[in-house]
Design a protein around this ligand. Sequence first.
Ligand code: RM4
Ligand code: MN
Length: 393
Amino acid sequence: MTHPDAPTRDRVTQALRAQRIETPSWAYANSGTRFKVFPQEGVPRDPYEKIADAAMVHRLTGVAPTVALHIPWDRVDDYADLARYAADQGVALGAINANVFQDNDYRLGSVTNPDPGVRRKAIDHLLECVDIMDRTGSRDLKLWFSDGTNYPGQDDIRARQDRLAAALREAYDRLGADQRMLLEYKLFEPAFYTTDVPDWGTAYAHCVELGPKAQVVIDTGHHAPGTNIEFIVAFLLRAGKLGGFDFNSRFYADDDLMVGAADPFQLFRIMREIVGGDALRPQAGIAFMLDQCHNIEPKIPAIIRSVLNVQEATAKALLVDADALAAAQRAGDVLGANAVLMDAYHTDVRPLLAELRAEAGLDPDPIAAYARSGYFARIRSERAGGQQAGWGA
Ligand code: RM4
Ligand code: MN
């Protein structure tokens, strides 16, 4: 496919105009491996400066109007003021991410810790995050637990599931009518023997038990090699239990590289399930978030590149000729059906996206526009001194 016909082009551009991608506050801050955090120049020193960077990404791409916060990394005295600042910058605050993985007390786990006092502290943090959501107007509480064990026999696997269920229930019951809990899973790391929420099945089962406000979030980096992520997308969408994505790329494990960098074809297949399930529209309630760290590359251009990668995969997914695909599938035409999909995948959608941006009054090339903008030179000098934000890992 080289030039989509006019009705196809209209359909595709309309859907792309409505697309929304949320960027993570922590991707603008310093991060690293467990061996070294490499500081970069111009890195934000507080949540306000992270939001300024997120707003820059939105100004250039037009599709990243919200920024996710991570607590306590983004703790401030006045969240209403932070939300107002974001609005002034042209963005809004998005999901609130809880952090129960960086305190000394959490050595043996947070909400599944054998010590009830530690569990209480972890649950209180989750409740605090819902208080923050009330003030920021955020819809989603995103939960990822590092909980697990390293050695067989270290703790009771079943009891830990009970503790997890009890903690989730308490946080769930605290949610307002329009708030949701997004439960994330991860195969392993930092725990190496058992993980308490290791896979989508476990997350799904807990969400079903909790009720309609609990949904699963798929972090694309959190699977074993060879896992068919688009199958998980299709299954969860069908069950009404897909809440969103943490997009990033993995080669080996939780590598947190730019989404679409390692396997653009997988990203296309994921977005194809989203389009096929009519879940791209913001009203469908799927949160398309990035969860990445840029340890050796400049951060803002890497985030812009990631947004563009999601857009490109989406455009290709939208170009799939659904009628031709359905006809080939009905006819049992294996090669024909596959060819329909690959035809869309091989389309160069960059000219179409450049046109779309130009129509929206944006620079057709956001990366080049960033380089020309002088923004980096400005933050590099303005943000000299002070304490740079980072993981503190
Ligand atoms: C975890 C997980 C969470 C993220 C933290 C920083 O591995 O992906 O979503 O908040 O990392
Ligand atoms: Mn994640």
